[in-house]
Design a protein around this ligand. Structure first.
Ligand code: SAH
Ligand code: SF4
Length: 380
């Protein structure tokens, strides 16, 4: 029998596993705390665990962390780790310390099958989903490595954003147990407002997440109309904006005081005009409790796109704010180590076939009325 990786379990799963070994439920809680609270790396460290249980675990269970390929530390304190997930694939996580919080940005897949125009992960193609253990191993490693480094037993990471490589809602069955561990008081104890799933809009899974684990939701909108969004975020051809917004409104019914964060990557001449801002306002105003997070595009050579000018981003933000929509412009962090949004580009062995790759190609934008179409420019 292959040893199971204990990082793959939420508390319920670990309890079931311990029960199979003939152990009481509270033993699972002890074990779970050793793993996630204390960062134990082997069973011998777990001093209050009965010797008999430690004996049983040897051979049937492991704590399978991810090997670290590299670590880069930015001048602003941001740290980027590249983890080896085997088979020639590697994924990245980014630690972003701020005055009042410390956020870890986690990957959910090796690559991504959505293929957004402006995203370097999307350009790499898709290899495979990460397991729950591989998702959690990023948090486990970052939290306990930083604690050791800083010589503290206090919690370091206060927030998690599923904004690394991959589309988390296309890896739903591995994602949900990982989220549950992040929220569990016996593990990382984060409130559900401090754990954010970011999605390009997998509508049926937004509906499921609302029931299974309603954490904070960020939706990568990037365009105020379907023709433009079809081109920038190909998943829009399957789940167009109106369906997406309906799913967002319904998501908030479970937690009416919450809001959806709409992420909007600012692309010069593509989606950043006053007209686009007006369309966005018309789209969401009075329909959804939301905030906008404008992300200056982080260019990479293959995209053929340019970052909007700072004045344009400010003007766009002002239009939204004047319409009563809370709007922030995301600060770029870790620029010097390529750790900013959309620059995460671990190794990916693209396993999609030629037909799937074709589907990721942009379709021509049919521009009707005053909506400016997409202009593709050479990278600087
Ligand atoms: N797949 C999920 C989460 C990962 S991407 C999603 O798309 O939401 C996290 C965020 O980074 C998304 O809002 C994404 O649109 C944005 N992003 C991707 N590439 C970017 C780039 N080159 N510059 C700025 N933001 C980018
Ligand atoms: Fe995938 Fe998100 Fe990148 Fe789009 S932006 S390709 S959904 S990781």
């Amino acid at each position: 029998m292959n040893a199971v990786n204990l990082l793959d379990f939420d508390l319920e799963g670990l309890t079931a596993f311990c029960e199979q070994l003939g152990e009481k439920r509270f033993r699972a809680t002890q074990l779970f705390r050793w793993i996630h609270h204390k960062g134990a790396t082997d069973f011998d460290q777990m001093s209050d665990l009965a010797k008999s249980l430690r004996g049983k675990l040897q051979g049937v269970a492991t704590l399978q962390a991810l090997p670290v390929i590299s670590e880069h530390v930015s001048s602003d304190g941001t740290i980027k780790w590249l983890f080896d997930v085997g088979g020639g694939n590697a994924v990245e996580s980014v630690y972003i310390p701020e005055d009042d919080r410390a956020t870890l940005c986690i990957s959910s897949q090796a690559g991504c099958a959505v293929g957004c125009r402006f995203c370097s992960t999307g350009h790499q193609g898709f290899s495979r989903n990460l397991s729950t253990g591989e998702i959690l191993a990023q948090l486990w490693y970052a939290e306990h490595t930083l604690r050791k480094r800083l010589g503290t037993t206090e919690r370091i990471i206060s927030n998690v954003v599923m904004m690394g490589m991959g589309e988390p809602l296309q890896n739903y069955s591995a994602l949900v147990p990982a989220l549950k561990v992040m929220l569990d008081d016996h593990a990382y104890g984060m409130s559900r407002r401090r754990v954010t799933v970011s999605t390009s809009g997998v509508v049926p899974m937004i509906e499921r997440l609302e029931k299974d684990c309603p954490v904070a939701l960020a939706v990568s909108l990037h365009a105020p109309n379907d023709p433009l969004r079809d081109e920038l975020v190909p998943l829009n051809r399957k789940y167009p904006i109106d369906e997406l917004l309906t799913a967002c409104s319904s998501y908030l019914k479970a937690a009416p005081r919450d809001f959806i964060t709409f992420e909007y990557c600012m692309l010069d001449g593509v989606n950043d005009t006053d007209e686009h801002a007006q369309q966005l306002i018309a789209l969401v105003k009075g329909r959804i409790n939301c905030k906008f997070n404008l992300i200056p595009f982080n260019p990479f050579p293959a995209s053929g796109l340019l970052r909007s000018k700072p004045e344009r981003v400010q003007a766009f933000a002002r239009l939204l704010a004047d319409a009563g929509l809370i709007t922030t412009v995301r600060k770029t962090r870790g620029d010097d180590i390529d750790a900013a949004c959309g620059q995460l580009a671990g190794e990916v062995q693209d396993r999609t076939n030629a037909q799937q790759r074709m589907q990721r190609q942009p379709v021509a934008v049919k521009v009707s009325g005053p909506v400016p179409g997409t202009r593709h420019r050479a990278a600087p």
